[in-house]
Design a binder for this molecule. Structure first.
Ligand code: ZN
Length: 210
């Protein structure tokens, strides 16, 4: 594990890298991502991108793509759903409570290039959030970072949207939210005991003798 001092140092370097190399409208988002990573996530991220020695599993996904790292589980996430083409994970910098990102497993840019099942996962997650968190409505917006198209599922309680102010969610908050969303409805135990049908015993009548 890397030390807290190293974490700070590495974050500083990544920030400088973002400042120099990212388009202006993506800077804040990327910086936020880096800033909220803990030591473990940061280390996984560095390994994924061949930035430290001892990397064995960095072959997947284009370099620097955080979403590929999440899909390959090199960076941990709070998953709330998955199908063959995508995973659904709670956004760590949500614009509202329950903000979820649908991450296609393939590193693909462009909404039109995504397989249909990515959208069906978005639909499923929207319904789940509607039922559990009771927002006014849900907005789904696609966005593209690091060349990886994702779909944001945003519960709207007031007038939140994709450009609203984001605030980092605490890991324990995300865990709690994940639990709430994944909790199955408890079956209501019926007060009355079940009536058991008693099978009428077949009574063999003696053959009538004519
Ligand atoms: Zn990617």
């Amino acid at each position: 594990m890397i030390s807290p001092e190293q974490v700070e140092k590495i974050k500083e370097q990544l920030m400088a890298h973002i400042e120099k190399g990212f388009p202006n409208d993506k800077k804040e988002f990327a910086k936020n991502r880096v800033q909220t990573m803990d030591a473990e996530q940061l280390e996984a991220f560095l390994k994924q991108n061949n930035l430290v020695k001892g990397n064995q599993a960095g072959a997947e996904g284009p370099q620097g793509c955080i979403f590929c790292s999440i899909v390959s589980e090199q960076i941990s996430s709070n998953k709330i759903g998955e199908n063959k083409d995508a995973i659904a994970a709670l956004e760590i910098n949500p614009v509202s409570n329950g903000h979820t990102i649908i991450i296609p497993k393939e590193h693909v840019a462009g909404k039109e290039n995504l397989p249909k099942s990515v959208f069906s996962l978005a639909e499923t997650i929207s319904n789940l959030i509607k039922t559990k968190l009771k927002p006014k409505k849900i907005e789904t917006v696609s966005s593209n970072f690091f060349g990886h198209e994702i779909i944001n599922v945003i519960p709207v309680y007031d007038s939140e949207n994709i450009d609203s102010a984001r605030s980092p969610a605490k890991p324990e908050e995300l865990l709690e939210l994940q639990k709430t969303l994944l909790e199955k409805k408890k079956q209501i135990a019926s007060a009355k005991p079940k009536r058991t049908k008693i099978k009428a015993e077949k009574i063999r009548l003696p053959k009538r003798i004519p």
